[in-house]
Design a protein around this ligand. Structure first.
Ligand code: FO1
Length: 319
């Protein structure tokens, strides 16, 4: 049985993780999720990327936003607003149950990975979902207009409008990979970097002690989150531009270069194939835009075949 580990952040990462989850039980799937977006709000620990991945794998995700739950209502938030409380971060009534129960368990002394494991079994999720770390890591965004902002302040309250200069992951030096993370990477036949934001969703995971050096010894395939210079969702292209880098799949490949065995680009970027191939990376050109569940499964299957097929060619040459 092939062991596949997916490194994922928000919505795009969750969709591809779901595609691989649909390939079970042919594969053994682990999803390692960014926790740099986590923050405390109303005294509750909010873990957006973990919840987006879990809700998506459990079929509970809001199909329009990608985050939060489907068939959601916002009565509690509306009444909080009537009392003069903050309503900028949209916490739905169903979603609040997750934050209340997670916070209660964390306060009891449970580790985040234990809470995630327990919620996953209650939500009927068969894939193994791991937070990248049980230790606090906070993504901070250095903006031109307001200086340093917490990630959710930047992403939601300011709607990604401020210009970014740099990022920092507070606590990353001390943070340890969560139990099972390094073991899952070590055991993987294939590690997939999902089409999440390279700067704020994937980089925190790669910056964790021991992760970068370990995955350089493994077969790693990344899916570009940038198609024709744009993202499907989120500020990644805008961030590249503000960092002085022309947004493209080429820029993403350069950023992941040290780790890559293979790179997946959308058919719309077929023109980049020659340039990309000159860097010695194996290239898969396929549809990477995932509108429906079938797209997610097909992309996952194409990546699995891609990683195997190249191996076959190598064997033939060695043979
Ligand atoms: N994103 C928004 O753009 N606006 C929101 O009001 C919002 C609320 C929210 C609540 C729970 C949750 O798990 C995620 C939520 N997100 C919201 C998404 C979240 O900010 C991002 O998905 C990640 O932090 C980046 O991927």
């Amino acid at each position: 049985m092939e062991h596949v580990t997916v490194l994922a952040g928000g919505v795009g990462g969750a969709k591809l993780a779901h595609g691989f989850a649909l390939c079970q039980p042919e594969i053994h799937l682990t999803v390692i999720v960014n926790t740099g977006d986590d923050f405390d709000h109303f005294g509750l620990r909010i873990c957006p990327d973990l919840d987006t991945v879990c809700y998506t794998l459990a079929g509970l995700a809001n199909p329009h936003t990608g985050w939060g739950r489907k068939e959601e209502t916002f009565e509690v938030l509306r009444l909080v607003g009537e009392l003069g409380g903050p309503t900028w971060f949209r916490l739905g009534d169903k979603d609040l149950a997750t934050h209340l129960e997670r916070t209660r368990r964390l306060r009891e002394g449970q580790r985040l990975s234990q809470v995630v494991e327990s919620f996953c079994s209650r939500w009927g999720i068969t894939a193994r979902v791991l937070p990248m770390s049980d230790d606090p890591v906070r993504t901070m965004v250095h903006t031109l207009e307001y200086g340093w902002l917490g990630f959710q302040d930047y992403f939601v309250r300011c709607a990604c409008q401020p210009a970014v200069k740099e990022f920092a992951f507070e606590g990353i030096e001390k943070a340890l990979p969560a139990p099972g993370v390094l073991e899952a990477l070590e055991r993987s036949d294939l590690i997939v970097i999902a089409p999440s934001n390279p700067w704020v969703s994937i980089q925190p995971i790669l910056s964790l002690k021991g992760v970068a050096s370990l995955i350089q010894t493994k077969k790693v395939v990344a899916v570009s989150p940038i198609i024709q210079g744009q993202t499907i969702k989120g500020p990644a292209a805008k961030m590249y531009r503000e960092m002085g880098i022309e947004p493209s799949a080429l820029a993403v490949a350069r950023q992941y270069q040290p780790y890559l065995w293979g790179f997946v680009i959308d058919e719309l970027d077929r023109g980049l194939e020659t340039t990309l191939k000159s860097s010695g990376i194996m290239i898969l050109i396929t549809q990477t835009i995932m509108h429906h569940e079938e797209d997610r499964l097909l992309l996952a299957k194409n990546i699995l075949a891609f990683s195997k097929a190249r191996k076959l060619e190598q064997q033939r040459r060695e043979f």
